[in-house]
Design a binder for this molecule. Structure first.
Ligand code: ADE
Length: 252
């Protein structure tokens, strides 16, 4: 799978993309990630990506022409020089401008988007290619939502400074579902959300910590009893903490 990210802070991703299992998957190219600086598609001396909102009001709005040029280039694996300034010339990006005729899933990270869930992560992991658009400031010109994004995705009901953290959450939740990223030992098959339940409690050595022991069933050697206990625990945790998960598929 290949994931391209458009951002004005490509360096933000240095930590998340080079650490731990995700870092290894990228190094081994099981997952490829391309980072693109949106400012490469600006046409003015100051490399500005934003401007004052039409109609007035506080804050700045990210410019549609820069985003459209950048997306068109990334979709077609072109350099910034080739596409810079085209959108302002009146060409609308569409399937016609994508090599092969099909625009990859292009996710705009925004609090107004569809909630990122394990179901959505699974859906995205089945794609060959994703493009993630990280907005900043007060907002993005609505024409970016209309003309380039195929999806709008939110990681929760709170507002971040920008989409970078949300894009990292998408990358990590999707990458770990790509075959070969997790070893068999760490299979995602029986973890929280995959089974529709929260995960049961886990324990390891030492058997006693500050006077607190381990549930005796786990050291009983009775595998059937261990499985039953884990299922009961998962069910009671889920009904106490996330009863919504027991009501069938959520809002997505
Ligand atoms: N950008 C700002 N806040 C966000 C959120 N909650 N989810 C996705 N993108 C965002």
């Amino acid at each position: 799978m290949r994931i391209d990210v458009l951002t004005i802070f490509p360096e933000w991703f240095d930590g998340p993309l080079t650490t731990s299992l995700l870092g290894r998957a990228i190094e081994e190219r099981t997952v490829e990630v391309g980072l693109h600086d949106l400012r490469d598609w600006t046409t003015d001396r100051h490399r500005s990506v934003d401007d004052a909102p039409y109609g007035g009001g506080a804050g700045m709005v990210m410019r549609a022409d820069v985003w459209i040029d950048a997306c068109e280039a990334v979709w077609n694996d072109l350099d910034a020089e080739v596409t810079r300034g085209r959108a302002a010339g009146g060409r609308e990006p569409s399937e016609r401008f994508v090599a092969g005729g099909r625009r990859p899933r292009t996710l705009l990270l925004t609090p107004r988007g569809r909630r990122l869930t394990q179901d959505l992560a699974r859906e995205l992991a089945a794609e060959e290619r994703l493009v993630l658009l990280c907005g900043r400031y007060e907002g993005i010109d609505e024409r970016v939502h209309e003309l380039v994004a195929t999806d709008e995705v939110s990681i929760g009901d709170y507002v971040l400074f920008g989409g970078e953290l949300a894009a990292a959450a998408v990358i990590e939740s999707v990458a770990r579902l790509v075959p070969g990223v997790l070893g068999n030992q760490e299979s995602p098959a029986d973890e929280s959300f995959t089974s529709g339940l929260l995960e049961y409690p886990q324990y390891t050595r030492p058997s006693e910590v500050r006077g607190h022991g381990v549930p005796p069933v786990l050291t009983s050697g009775d595998h059937g009893a261990v499985s039953r206990w884990r299922l009961e625990q998962a069910e009671s945790l889920t009904s106490a903490r996330r009863p919504d998960l027991l009501d069938g598929p959520g809002p997505g």
